[in-house]
Design a protein around this ligand. Structure first.
Ligand code: ATP
Ligand code: MG
Length: 424
């Protein structure tokens, strides 16, 4: 949380662009239509105070979900019952979603789900949230409601559980992951000791969580600015074995973070690529990849990317030539090429064969910017050149394409058709 100078004066929230967004105001009107107040809570308030961009906006209100559902269709606001058990509906206007959760207190919890009772008490609602910095509320007039001293913790960079950490974790084990994730996202300097002890001692409860919830948190954690230190701490506390189910490679992960920093400093690279970071951390071979994909839940595209990452690569610790990079770009596409380069640099470095900064930047520039060419010869060109129609044409095209690739994509259509005899 370094970026917030201590005890900065509070911003005038009502003047901020995101606050003035007409869509937000439409949503606010909609929730308050029955006369009760709504306040923004959680990430939007916290991130504004940290000087960060606001991602999503969550509301709290005493208005009941059924009241909001009954209002559906009365204006262009769509109401979706996305978490009725928890008192949450999602309001959508002009394609923008806002979560609205009715003030509540938990009456029963089992580590994954909570039975909730709706209420009218803002402080009671605050007490069932996870961390003090997430229990900051913003009224429509820009007034900050801070019943649990979240602002003080935010200013001192402290991520503190509300109430007794162990008891709160036992209500919902996802809070273990949120503790580490926020730590990494907010780049806190130090762990709250009591909180850290509690998340470590309750780690067995992580097994109760669904793959989807764990994956969502892990991906956010791995994408975070402060992921390096937090992942190392989680590994040290043996949490990663519970979460990922297998061996890990902390040195590769750290080396990937360093590579990203080097690339970004040179104006290259996609910083904070969670999947690639995770691949370095948890995958060496196909077995690791299968285990990871079994433990977490990825899209098909993500699984494909991890599978290719897990394939053995020839001479992985040696640099490739520029022409090999071009070949890879043509054959396998940009993403796979960049992943392959990253794997090579990380492995080379750890094997003590560090590749120079000049080569690194020139090869990543090539992989990021080279315009992948299109094979210039078509079946129609072969017919025009007198070849016999039929299945043989495909074979000839394949042979010519191979010759073209081997020429480092230099030969043009005319020279390919005139100078290279290929068999029918
Ligand atoms: P971000 O949206 O950046 O992930 P956030 O703090 O807004 O951060 P959300 O998951 O959107 O997180 O939740 C909104 C608010 O709901 C949180 O700020 C917190 O007050 C409360 N909350 C969310 N998940 C939990 C949980 N597992 N236990 C207790 N409170 C929670
Ligand atoms: Mg949020």
């Amino acid at each position: 949380m370094k970026e917030t100078p201590k005890n900065d004066p509070l911003p005038d929230f009502t003047k901020l662009d995101w606050f003035r967004d007409p869509v937000l105001q439409v949503i606010w009107d909609f929730v308050e239509r029955s006369g009760d107040e709504a306040r923004i809570v959680g990430g939007a308030v916290r991130d504004t105070l940290l000087g960060r961009a606001v991602a999503d906006i969550d509301f709290a209100t005493p208005v009941r979900p059924e009241t909001l559902l009954a209002q559906s269709g009365q204006s262009d606001v769509l109401v979706k019952p996305t978490g009725l058990d928890q008192g949450t509906v999602t309001l959508i206007s002009q394609g923008k979603p806002f979560q609205v959760t009715t003030l509540r207190r938990d009456i029963e919890t089992d580590g994954r789900h909570a039975k909730v009772d709706f209420g009218n008490d803002w402080t009671e609602d605050a007490r069932r949230r996870d961390f003090t910095i997430n229990a900051l509320y913003l009224g429509r007039d820009g007034h900050l409601f801070d019943p649990l001293n979240g602002l003080e913790d935010l200013n001192s960079g402290t991520l503190k559980f509300i109430g007794d950490p162990r008891a709160r974790i036992r209500e919902d084990y996802l809070r273990i992951l949120r503790f580490f994730r926020f730590h990494a996202e907010l780049a806190c300097e130090q762990f709250d000791e009591q909180g850290l002890r509690a998340v470590i001692s309750e780690k067995a409860g992580l097994e109760l969580l669904s793959r989807e919830r764990v994956t969502w948190e892990i991906m956010k954690l791995f994408a975070a600015t402060g992921a390096g230190r937090v992942v190392a701490c989680m590994e040290d506390a043996k949490l990663m074995t519970v979460l990922l189910g297998g061996r890990t490679f902390l040195d590769r992960f750290e080396s990937q973070l360093q590579l990203e920093t080097d690339l970004v400093e040179s104006g290259l690279g996609q910083k904070q690529d969670a999947l690639l970071r995770l691949a370095h951390y948890a995958i060496d071979d196909e077995d690791d990849e299968r285990r990871l994909c079994h433990k977490l839940r990825f899209s098909n595209a993500e699984q494909d990317r991890l599978e290719i990452f897990s394939e053995a690569t020839d001479a992985i610790e040696s640099p490739v030539s520029d022409s090999e990079i071009r070949k890879m770009l043509y054959r396998r596409g940009r993403q796979i090429t960049l992943d392959d380069l990253s794997k090579r640099y990380v492995r080379a470095k750890l094997a003590g064969k560090e590749i120079s900064h000049e080569i690194l930047t020139s090869q990543f520039t090539l992989a990021e910017t080279w315009a992948i060419p299109e094979f210039p010869v078509r079946g129609a060109d072969l017919l025009a050149a007198g070849k016999t129609p039929g299945p043989g044409l495909g074979r000839i095209l394949g042979q010519l394409e191979q010759i073209w690739i081997e020429s480092d994509f230099k030969l043009d259509k005319v020279s390919l058709l005139t100078n290279y005899s290929v068999s029918d």
